[in-house]
Structure formats: C-alpha cells, structure tokens
Ligand binder design. Structure first.
Ligand code: URA
Length: 220
C-alpha cells in the first residue's frame, strides 16, 4: 500500500490515486474536490496515527470477556491544521480522534520571499509528561518546506519531542520533503504523492493549484 523510507511514507493505493486524479483535475468543482480530499483524509489519518500508544483494556462482549488495545488516555494528541488549507483535514481528523485537542496554526506565505508569516498561535506550553504528547501537523501541500519547518520548530520550542511529531500532507515536492526531513530527521511525514518540482512561485508541479482557493472556492 505504501512506499516507505524510514520516516517518509508515500501512500500508494488505487482508491487514493483515483481520488487524487479528481483533486488534481482543474475541472473538478469545489464540491468534487472536497469530497475526494475527504475520502483520502481517512487513509492519511489512519497511517499517521499507526504508532500511537495503546493500553490493554478488558472489554465484555455479549459473549465473553476479551482484552482490547485502546488509545492510552494519559497521552495527549494534538491536531494542528495550518490555516487555511489544513482545515480540510480537520473534520475527518476530529471524527477519527475525538479525544484530540485542535491547535490552529495561522500562517501565510509571503509571496515575495516564500517565507511563512505567523498571524495566529494560541498554543500553551505542553504538559510536563511530554513523552505522551503527540502532534499531527496538517497541511495539504508540502511545497517549499518553510511553513512545515516553522510549525515543527514551534512545537519543539513548546516542549514536544521531535519524534512525536507527524507532518501530514496530500502532495509533497521533492524539495519540501528533503528540507523537512534534513532539518528534522525524527519527524514522520505521511503524504500521498511526491510530485516533480516547484515552479518559480513556489507552487508544486503538477500539483493541484492553490489548495486554499480550491477548497474555499476562491479561484479567480
Ligand atoms: N500551496 C498550494 O496551495 N499549492 C501549491 O502548489 C503550493 C503551496
């Protein structure tokens, strides 16, 4: 189902690839685009959470007792969508992880420098038992890698362990993957495609265009 290096997982599955073709198609309208993206989000979140800690719990079925693996409630899980496009992953992520906290990251890309500009960050310091804090940073496009690196840096500065951070994207550029994994080699990256390259404006080729514009129907 996937191409796996140590820390980078590129999902490869007919259902994912089919939905990705809908997402990439410039003629898919906002509704089609969002529905296809939502379907893929389930696979991304399942993969991104596959190493979460579990504890054994006794459960009684209608027939007998059994031992089940359950999410360790001592652990804190943080879903961190990078605004605005990252919000597209949020509904499904919350559905699958109802016990998680959502921390919005407000960042936009300066069109000249391609550097991230922060405008919203209300995160508090992380709990002292930081071994039990896990963060999923959500952004459909891992392009230059600059926003991803800044978001990871911010969580680490608040006390999260690098190895407990997973970056979830739909499409990644070779440069973004390389920069993020060189700067933070312990961060896991889960994505569905490694595209060809970036253009001079920092857009991924072939990509899907501007993710935020396509999600929020603001394509001009
Ligand atoms: N952000 C987008 O929305 N699209 C890209 O191709 C790159 C960054």
């Amino acid at each position: 189902m996937e191409v796996q290096t140590d820390k980078i997982t590129i999902l490869n599955h007919p259902l994912i690839n089919h939905n990705l073709s809908i997402i990439r198609d410039k003629d898919s309208d906002c509704e089609k685009f969002k529905n296809a993206l939502k379907r893929i989000t389930y696979a991304l979140i399942f993969e991104a959470t596959k190493n979460l800690p579990v504890v054994k719990k006794e459960v009684t079925t209608p027939l007998q007792k059994t031992i089940c693996d359950c999410f360790n409630e001592q652990a804190q899980l943080i879903i961190a969508p990078i605004l605005r496009a990252g919000m597209i992953f949020c509904e499904v992520a919350q559905e699958l992880l109802p016990f998680a906290n959502v921390h919005h990251i407000g960042m936009y890309r300066d069109e000249q420098t391609l550097e991230p500009v922060w405008y919203y960050d209300k995160r508090k310091q992380i709990k002292p038992n930081k071994k039990d804090v896990f963060v999923l940073i959500l952004d459909p496009m891992l392009a230059t890698g600059n926003s991803a690196i800044d978001a990871v840096k911010n969580f680490i500065s608040k006390g999260v362990l690098e190895e407990n951070i997973t970056f979830v994207s739909l499409i990644s550029s070779p440069l973004g993957l390389e920069k993020l994994s060189k700067k933070y080699p312990k961060v896991r990256i889960v994505t569905c495609a490694k595209d060809e390259r970036l253009n001079e404006k920092g857009y991924i080729l072939p990509g899907l265009g501007d993710a935020g514009d396509r999600i929020y129907n603001t394509v001009e």
